[in-house]
Design a protein around this ligand. Structure first.
Ligand code: GLN
Length: 194
């Protein structure tokens, strides 16, 4: 069972992707619900608002604890929330990925764009068309970060341990590969390797 943090943002689009993959899913709003899931998605939205709602619902420390054992996939604002630090003091990030990010680094809503990306995941390279909406830039990364995809030589999809963070929105284009990788494939690969 995979939960989608449903406080704000485009969480319903993630539920559609999970449905497409036939993965059972539910909306997460309160800490006790984390006990019922095996993975979490932090969607795109507005990281300042998401910060307030995470605080209000007492989810900050609970999501951090959850991340010690369970995979988290963050897209756009979700990536910002998973970072170690953000160039905006209003955002209280969760420090799940060892990265520093700049919010809105690609400009305003009107500067949103779609472009081709090449993604290296599960030992394969796949090309996708990705949508960036007021996307963050990753400007610093720790040693444990693995780059899955870059755009103009800047990392836009990364992985650390079991967690995955994306600066763009696969859920808006019906792209299932990141959800499938984060919640299914990486664990199958591990059990095969063991
Ligand atoms: N700019 C938003 C933020 O900083 C993220 C945008 C998005 O999720 N599409 O929170």
């Amino acid at each position: 069972m995979i939960g989608v943090l449903a406080l704000q943002g485009d969480y319903s689009k993630h539920l559609e992707i999970l449905e497409k993959l036939k993965i059972s899913s539910c909306e997460i709003r309160y800490p006790h619900q984390l006990n019922e899931i095996n993975g979490l998605i932090i969607p795109g939205g507005e990281s300042t608002t998401m910060t307030d709602l995470i605080e209000r619902n007492d989810l900050h420390n609970n999501i951090i604890t959850f991340s010690n054992k369970n995979p988290i996939l963050g897209t756009c604002a979700g990536l910002i929330m998973m970072s170690r630090s953000v160039n905006d003091t209003r955002v209280k990030s969760l420090n799940i990925l060892d990265i520093e990010v700049d919010r809105n680094a690609y400009g305003r809503q009107v500067n949103s764009f779609r472009d081709e990306l090449s993604v290296s995941i599960s030992g394969k390279v796949e090309n996708i068309s990705a949508t960036f909406i007021r996307a963050p830039k990753i400007n610093r990364m720790g040693r444990d970060i693995e780059i899955i995809s870059s755009y103009n030589n800047e990392p836009v999809a990364i992985k650390q341990g079991i967690h995955v963070g994306l600066a763009f929105h696969p859920e808006l284009d019906g792209i299932t590969l990141f959800h499938e990788y984060t919640f299914v494939k990486q664990f199958n690969e591990k059990s095969h390797a063991a």
